[in-house]
Design a protein around this ligand. Structure first.
Ligand SMILES: Nc1nc2c(c(=O)[nH]1)N=C([C@H](O)[C@H](O)COP(=O)(O)OP(=O)(O)OP(=O)(O)O)CN2
Length: 185
């Protein structure tokens, strides 16, 4: 039996996305294709939670209503991830959209290197951390899981910063660090 006592809030959302991987690691994935993905987040009391022990107060018996805990996050998933097209920042298709369909640039998620499930999990966990910090730090992400297909899932635990690729620009120029709806820089 685990000796860790902690409350976890776990929320799942589904979104439909397209991507392609151009680094050469998976040639068939270089053709644009899509998945119906499920993102599941596990939230725990954050640095500003009123009490750091887990005991319920015998009155409201919650840290936060579910709707408040997941509302901002699910709005981002619904409005920015659902039906997005995810491309590496070095993908020439970005120029194609800029030239021929600039009105659709906001549907793109632009990533540092190939938009694999591992990378998307790290970027989304960082975005979630930014939202929760901006909401007052009552909650913090403990893990994030993306089920890309019925047979493939990636799960990250802990600090998303430890997974993110190193990029050569300040954090405020990286959409995944900003508590806003952007998905490209
Ligand atoms: N480490 C990773 N490898 C691959 C990723 C990824 O995100 N991380 N992504 C892909 C593709 O997106 C591909 O569409 C899914 O992978 P794959 O398992 O190869 O394809 P299937 O769904 O057809 O697998 P089955 O389980 O055999 O049905 C590739 N690799």
């Amino acid at each position: 039996m685990s000796d860790i006592t902690r409350t976890e809030l776990i929320f799942t959302r589904r979104f439909c996305m397209g991507h392609r991987l151009i680094s050469g690691c998976s040639e068939r994935c270089a053709i644009p294709h899509g998945h119906n993905e499920y993102v599941t987040v596990t939230l725990v009391p954050g640095p500003n939670a009123p009490q750091q022990n887990q005991r319920l107060d015998g009155h409201s018996n919650m840290l936060l209503p579910f709707a408040e805990a997941k509302g901002r996050w699910h709005r981002f998933i619904d409005e920015r991830m659902d039906h997005s097209f995810q491309l590496s920042e070095s993908d020439p298709l970005l120029n194609w959209f800029a030239e021929h369909e600039p009105q659709r640039l906001d549907r793109l998620v632009v990533t540092p290197g190939d938009p694999t499930t591992e990378l998307l999990a790290a970027l989304l966990m960082s975005k979630l951390q930014a939202f929760l910090t901006a909401q007052g730090g009552l909650l913090a992400p403990a893990s994030l899981e993306i089920k890309e297909t019925p047979t493939n899932t990636v799960r990250l635990h802990g600090d998303p910063a430890l997974y993110l690729p190193l990029v050569d620009r300040p954090e405020d120029q990286c959409w995944w660090h900003r508590a806003d709806d952007t998905t490209r820089d």
